[in-house]
Design a protein around this ligand. Structure first.
Ligand code: PA5
Length: 431
């Protein structure tokens, strides 16, 4: 059974509304599964949960064990699809994974901020550390600059050989500057398969090495993804959350909604929201089409953009992500004085309050013209996370094909690079 279910109670969509999109979702699924659509050279993620390289998987676990054994800090260097999945998983599972000797994990190579790099260097201090540099192309500027800086730090601390023992490069099997450097210096390397693009790569070595370092059980993660793969590929529309989600998004698009807001009620899912935002933004935002993917954390943001969502431009709908069995460890206690008037909550859990906030908000937003669907999953763990990753990837492929775009390319990302290279004086990019 799917751990991920959709609740349409505040969606402003009837069963008949969704039924209108059913055929289109089924056609799009056929195109995806048959590999007959645009970008079909990047479908390696489709069967990855069952067809992954077992030997590489074992090497990933061994490398993670080594890193946990000899490093107090672990630096993940990558941008976009090369780090967002790992960051999402590690934060999502924080508090649920308990493993001895997990190093502090830092993410860099995803911006050009001096402050950001310096703060990581300072946080590491004199502690032992290792680096995982992740880049499919091996030439991404943000990543390459950060790697140059942390490689030097490692070489200063451990010498060239010692540094090479602490550098793990996840990159193309054959080409690119990073691959060449890794071969020459003798770094341990992991492969990003040719047929998997960055934002669909979390279940490859790209995501798996950092996730394994965090102590999470990557076998269970893959099992969850495999379960969802079966559901997405095999289930009828009525029992298929990916087809229904794609249908709802297109129903909303036809109602002239232009922004999809992913809402979470637990800040530990913030990086998951960032992963989702890249997945949908890069996959669909092209040819003048697509829903703008926005993210909010509730109830925090009900006190910032909540006003807009309730009463501002009626351009959005919400996708609410919610772990049904939340942590029940905090119970509100009775207070003799009751000066704050909260005794009516005595004996209730904080999770119950959060759930009431969710229900109340969904009702209010629907009434105000911002409808939403609730994506429920049982609880935060590796199995449900594997299901969620695969669910959103599959639904994204379907949605992209329904929209008539190639969900697996990102031509627009090159524009800023060309201008930046010209301004930086990179050879070949002069005026
Ligand atoms: O999803 C994508 O394809 C991108 O976000 C890439 O992952 C990102 O640009 C990083 O590229 P690379 O792995 O080549 O350094």
């Amino acid at each position: 059974m799917s751990e991920v279910t959709l609740d349409f109670s505040h969606s402003s969509a009837s069963a008949e509304d969704l039924e209108k999109y059913k055929e289109k979702t089924i056609e799009a699924r056929k195109i995806l599964l048959d590999g007959t659509g645009a970008g079909n050279e990047y479908l390696g993620w489709l069967r990855l949960p069952v067809e992954y390289d077992r030997k590489e998987f074992a090497r990933i676990k061994a490398a993670a064990g080594k890193i946990r054994g000899d490093s107090e800090a672990f630096v993940v260097i990558g941008i976009g699809g090369s780090y967002l999945g790992a960051h999402a998983a590690i934060e999502f599972l924080s508090g649920t994974v308990k493993h001895p000797g997990v190093p502090d994990i830092y993410y860099t190579g995803n911006n050009f901020s001096t402050d950001s790099i310096i703060s990581i260097i300072e946080a590491i201090g004199d502690r032992d550390f290792s680096v995982n540099v992740i880049s499919k192309s091996g030439t991404t500027t943000e990543t390459a600059i950060a790697f140059r800086i942390f490689k030097k730090k490692l070489e200063e601390k451990y010498g060239k050989e010692g540094a090479a023992d602490r550098i793990f490069a996840t990159t193309d099997a054959k080409k690119g500057a990073l691959k060449a450097m890794a071969d020459e210096k003798g770094y341990t390397t992991f492969t990003i398969p040719d047929d998997i693009g960055g934002r669909y790569s979390v279940l490859s070595a790209v995501g798996l090495l950092p996730i394994a370092v965090s102590g999470a059980d990557i076998d269970v993660l893959m099992q969850g993804a495999a379960k969802m793969m079966e559901i997405c590929a095999g289930k009828e529309f009525e029992e298929n959350p990916a087809l229904q989600y794609a249908a709802y998004r297109h129903f909303m698009t036809d109602l002239k909604k232009t922004v999809e807001v992913l809402c979470i009620y637990n800040p530990s899912m913030g990086s998951f929201s960032d992963w989702w935002r890249q997945l949908y933004g890069e996959s669909e935002g092209k040819d003048g089409k697509g829903l703008f993917p926005a993210c909010v954390t509730y109830s925090t943001d009900l006190h910032s953009v909540g006003q807009f969502i309730q009463e501002g431009s009626r351009i959005m709908f919400e996708t609410i992500l919610y772990a049904e069995n939340s942590n029940n460890r905090i119970i509100i206690e009775a207070d003799e004085e009751n000066a704050d008037g909260l005794n009516y909550l005595a004996g209730k859990t904080l999770a119950f309050v959060n759930k009431c906030a969710l229900k109340g908000t969904a009702e209010a937003h629907e009434a105000g013209g911002t409808p939403g669907i609730l994506i429920r999953f049982s609880k935060k763990n590796e199995f449900t996370l594997g299901q969620l990753f695969y669910f959103f990837e599959f639904a994204c492929g379907i949605s992209g094909y329904m929209l008539g775009v190639n969900p697996f390319d990102q031509p627009g990302v090159e524009f800023y690079k060309k201008n930046m290279f010209r301004l930086l004086g990179k050879p070949g990019f002069e005026e």
